[in-house]
Write a protein that binds this ligand. Structure first.
Ligand SMILES: [Zn+2]
Length: 261
């Protein structure tokens, strides 16, 4: 009979403890960096994620699930984050999705097929549905990774039980190189035929909030603080102050660094 993986692990564990393999991991339950990381269970990230973030044992609370998602404000991931904040002193949260995630494009239909093959019956599935469980939603993945990260960040940030001073930022990590790319939250956006600034959209934002202006030329995206820094002349104009809108007839060179496709 072949030895099952778990039995092999149990045997390894005995040696690990006997040889005091744990000594270099000694720490306590409080995260030294006051950080929580919500990420995906993908095996490519098991060692890569902490290595690429420079995290050692004891540094951060790492919460993982399929996709690194908060799927509803009172799900298990969110519960863990709340515990991390109140009980363990976490004041910064990183949501870290990754490239080529298996949870991308997941769907109930796909699982339904596999479940039937493994002996689960439609009767069982119907019973679950009758209990009010929306299996389609529960097993649904996401189509667009940045969009999904933004959604999870927003759910955490706007959660009624998350204190306002907790920092929440979203990222996508490259599953091969470990390179982190920040997913900039866009809190406000509007479309116009050319670059323009609308006071009623921009002014309610906080300095670090981003807004996006969609134009035929592309999308200009910047934080309110950038707007105040780079376009300070615009802020002071009569049209922005009084009419609430300022538009450029031609895009100024200083706006180009904010232009994405
Ligand atoms: Zn994944």
């Amino acid at each position: 009979m072949t030895i099952k993986m778990i039995d092999q692990i149990i045997a390894y564990n005995k040696t690990f403890v006997a040889q005091k393999g744990y000594e270099k991991y000694l720490t306590d339950k409080y995260p030294d960096k006051r950080l929580a990381v919500l990420s995906c269970m993908d095996t490519r990230l098991t060692e890569l994620l902490p290595a690429a973030l420079g995290l050692r044992n004891g540094d951060a609370k790492i919460i993982k699930n399929a996709g690194g998602l908060v799927i509803s404000p009172f799900d298990s991931a969110m519960r863990s984050l709340i515990v991390a904040i109140y009980e363990l002193g976490v004041d910064e949260i990183m949501v870290v999705a990754h490239s080529h995630c298996g949870a991308c494009h997941m769907s109930y239909d796909h699982f339904h097929h596999l479940m039937l093959e493994r002996g689960i019956t439609d009767h069982t599935l119907d019973t679950i549905r009758r209990c009010g469980i929306d299996l389609d939603q529960w097993l649904e993945g996401f189509k667009d990774t940045p969009q999904s990260v933004r959604h999870t960040v927003k759910t955490i940030k706007t959660h009624p039980l998350v204190p306002a001073d907790v920092v929440v930022r979203g990222f996508i990590i490259d599953s091969t190189t470990g390179q982190l790319e920040e997913v900039i939250p866009t809190l406000a956006e509007y479309s116009f035929t050319r670059l323009c600034f609308k006071a009623d959209v921009i002014e309610p934002l906080s300095d670090t909030d981003f807004f996006a202006v969609h134009t035929p030329e592309g999308t200009f995206k910047m934080a309110k603080a950038d707007f105040y820094r780079v376009f300070n002349n615009v802020v002071k104009t009569k049209s922005y102050q009084q009419d609430g809108i300022y538009h450029y007839s031609a895009t100024p060179a200083k706006a180009l660094p904010f232009l994405g496709k």
